[in-house]
Design a protein around this ligand. Structure first.
Ligand SMILES: Cc1ncc(COP(=O)(O)O)c(C=O)c1O
Length: 341
């Protein structure tokens, strides 16, 4: 049964499964020295432009943690939103692996502003104080909202002013590209982002994320960092083959367009009920809403989802590439019946 729990509750898109099967023949060089990986890196370079270095890893926590490790030393801080995945959903992996301190700032609709970030940049050059080095943003944000290129550019200008780097956690970067109707390049490299964790898992892959680095100097040691971080897959071809399929025939776009469209439809349906309050702009593939508390459990029994903020009875409803109108109908019908009971 499909549900609204998360976009990683969904399975693997059939075109990805076929790509895995196609890669599954004979022997090929290991550790990414195979022809599929070479071709797939070329696809990324086409999307993002040169110079750009691309590294495949297993998961999002690994991508974020290693990206931050490439940018920092142990006396640095990474500034991010209070809701950032690196801050609340990756245990202490980023801190443990990089040795850095994460400094969180309040966000509005999941987004951080240059003003809020600047308050956390202080005492640069003072050896007694942790030294700010990275601003990290999520695109989409954890509230499934999207940063517009000018908002990213403003953060990048702030980063440059103080000699910091800008990292983008792009676990849902395809949903963002579709939402903005822009190329990946337009809101990453051209907006001043230094390094991107490019998500595959939430958009129809079985597993796998890519780290895209625009400045070759920052990529210099990355191969060693990835191995040290236990994220170098000996059969890398099975990650690259999935990305090759995702980036071919616009699969990334088809999947993300569908997921975003389903979230929009769900939000439109929910907005007909005055008892339901949608709390965030619906930019991507998620809907955040406050529900009457007594309805949460019966609705979860109909189409499962998670409560995001228990105090506020705010729930998170995520759509994915395989969400069907049927789930939306079931959810809305049940809601309607419960409200009229
Ligand atoms: C914003 C964000 N970043 C990264 C990730 C990837 O996490 P994982 O380590 O589970 O692949 C997720 C998954 O929930 C996410 O929502």
């Amino acid at each position: 049964m499909r549900c609204f729990a998360s976009d990683n509750y969904s399975g693997v898109h059939p075109e990805i499964m076929e790509a895995l099967n196609r890669a599954n023949y004979e022997h090929m060089p290991s550790y990414g020295n195979d022809a599929i990986t070479t071709r797939t890196i070329a696809l990324f370079k086409d999307l993002f432009g040169e110079p750009c270095e691309v590294f495949f890893v297993y998961n999002g926590t690994g991508a974020n943690t290693l990206a931050l490790a490439a940018l920092t030393q142990r006396f640095n801080t990474v500034i991010c939103s209070e809701w950032a995945h690196i801050h609340v959903d990756e245990s202490t992996a980023p801190e443990n692996f990089t040795g850095c301190k994460l400094v969180s700032v309040p966000s509005h609709n999941g987004k951080i502003t240059p003003e809020a970030v600047e308050e956390k940049i202080h005492r640069l050059g003072d050896p007694h104080h942790a030294q700010a080095r990275v601003i990290s943003i999520s695109q989409l944000t954890e509230y499934a909202t999207v940063y517009h290129p000018e908002e990213i550019r403003a953060l990048s200008l702030l980063a440059k002013k103080y000699g910091l780097y800008l990292h983008m956690d792009g676990a849902r970067i395809s949903n963002a590209a579709v939402s903005l109707n822009l190329t990946f390049r337009a809101f990453t490299r051209e907006a001043g982002v230094d390094i991107v964790s490019f998500g595959g898992t939430k958009n129809g892959m079985m597993f796998g994320e890519a780290i895209v680095i625009f400045n070759p100097a920052l990529a210099q040691n990355f191969a060693y960092i990835r191995k040290l971080g236990m994220q170098l897959h000996s059969k890398t071809r099975y990650i690259s083959a999935q990305f090759e399929a995702l980036l071919s025939n616009d699969l990334w776009k088809r999947n993300a367009t569908h997921a975003n469209r389903m979230a929009r439809k769900l939000a439109d349906e929910l907005s007909r009920f005055p008892e339901v309050k949608i709390t965030q702009p619906v930019d991507g593939n998620g809907v955040f809403a406050v529900l009457p508390p007594q309805l949460i459990k019966p609705l979860q029994d109909e189409v499962f989802f998670y409560v995001w903020n228990e105090k506020r009875n705010e729930v998170r409803l995520m759509c994915s590439f395989d969400t069907q109108e049927e789930e939306i109908k079931r959810f809305v019908n049940r809601l309607s019946k419960l409200l009229n009971a």
